[in-house]
Design a protein around this ligand. Sequence first.
Ligand code: PEP
Ligand code: MG
Length: 587
Amino acid sequence: MVSEKSEQRIFQGIAASPGIVIGEVRVADRSRVVVVESSVSDDEIPAEIGRFHEALRRTKEDLLALKEQISRTRGAEHLYVIDTHLMILEDAMLTSGTIGCIEREKVNAEAALKRTLRKFKEFFEGIEDEYLRERSSDVETVVERILRNMLGKRHELLPETEGRVVIVAHDLSPADILQIDKEKVIGFVTDLGGRTSHTAIVARSLEIPAVVGLERITGEVSDGDPVIVDGAKGLVILNPDTETFRDYLRNKQFYEYRERELLKLRDLPSETPDGHRVLLKGNVEFLEEVPSIRKHGGEGIGLYRTEMLFLGRTAVPDEEEQFRAYVEVIRRMAPYPVTIRTLDVGGDKFVSDLNLEDELNPAMGLRAIRLSLRCPDLFKTQLRAILRASVEGKVKVFFPMISGVGEIRAAKSLFEEAKEELRRASVPFDENIEIGIMIETPSAVIIADLLAREVDFFSVGTNDLIQYSLAIDRTNEHLSHLYEPLHPAVLRSLKMVADAAHAAGISVCMCGEMAGEPTYLPILLGFGYDELSMNAVSIPKVKKILRRCSKSEAEVLAAKVLSFCTADEVESYLQSRIATRFSESFD
Ligand code: PEP
Ligand code: MG
């Protein structure tokens, strides 16, 4: 295993799925089909269009067969990926775009499809949201399948593997990942991809360690090279030397031991030693993530980001499609509750149906509830779908980016209209469905007492609240040192919001990334947060601290952190007090 000939080399990529694996490289040649462009005469156009339709038909057959295979081997919860690909295959922008291009430009079908793909990519590149931008790789995967069918090439499966290998590829589609035999493929590494790419999300849900976004790793490796993948740190170590190998062997054993220990907490109550309960829930974008929440002991979904249904397509999903998607998530999570957030996207960049204008400053533009209120039909369609799904389990609904009481009242009035429409049509729904809002703007913090009178619960979105309070773009890597969750302004805001909620007798949840940081648990407990919603793997880590920190101790700690002047002071206090006090819980 340890390399005797080659030098050890370390590559830093994006940590896509945690875990440490040690194995051998197996390079998967996922090179793209080469398309040769040729012109066609007017007479040949119908035949070219016919070839394109035939390739679409075969691709659909392939995808349906793959879906069948995956449902047998992996279970139904992973089929969403293939459904997305089937949806893309039927997208009018792709099909009509290609046919229009054959007719207008008089080029062969392959070239027309490639040109249409380029347009798709330009469309996706302008999207600021990383998650939505990543959907362009799904379109590329589908186009590659169509091209292979047009050129009579098989869509290669992953290489046959022996032993336990780490697949290294330029890119892998989520469908590739779903076909992986976990006994043989222990990890994967790719040139392309980001943390929120479908591929990374599927890898996390299947718990296969992965590092993505390494840019040129495929050019640096050969079959059989010894490799270590550290999926939590985003590191790939080629030809590890003896010392590194030994260190990682120890790290791996320790990591696996700690994971097993943490999972033992799964069925223990999430409560403090003095009997105070805090509900720990999971955040999801996809159906595939629900099993992981259950496995890690989450007591429901505290944030279901519904954006995923609207992305990578030119037309918004209709009520029926949304309804079916919500029902699936609710049924899988039952008997635990699901809190569904209404659409939080920026507008035309994602859904061309809406015909909105480009904005100079989209983070402060027509996003989230502002967009929903501007497009009441779109909003009511989603509300009806949520309401109809509400009879399938315990469902709550909440609105993102609220900045004033007027927005809540407008949203509630449309919600009432949606209910009335269902009543008139005798469609059942939960008449007592709770509604809440996200607190993620400074104005919402300042008037939290006024907002609390209007709703059943608050959920604090710290990702945006920090961005807007400190005026720091959450996606700008050059400003990341200024993006301070422990800034006194943020801490005071969190306390004010919790106090305002409790004074009005409503509950307060946190669903931003801060909720999943175990070191912050004593502060949030001390401020009185009733629920914390986070990525699934953080749930047992947070629970571990919760079960060791009494409410009274947390209140003292929380009061203390409010006395500091800078985030650095708070941080060093946390390091010296909390990390020491719970040292073994942070190992
Ligand atoms: C947040 O802003 O903290 C949040 C949970 O919402 P999102 O990350 O989806 O903007
Ligand atoms: Mg937000």
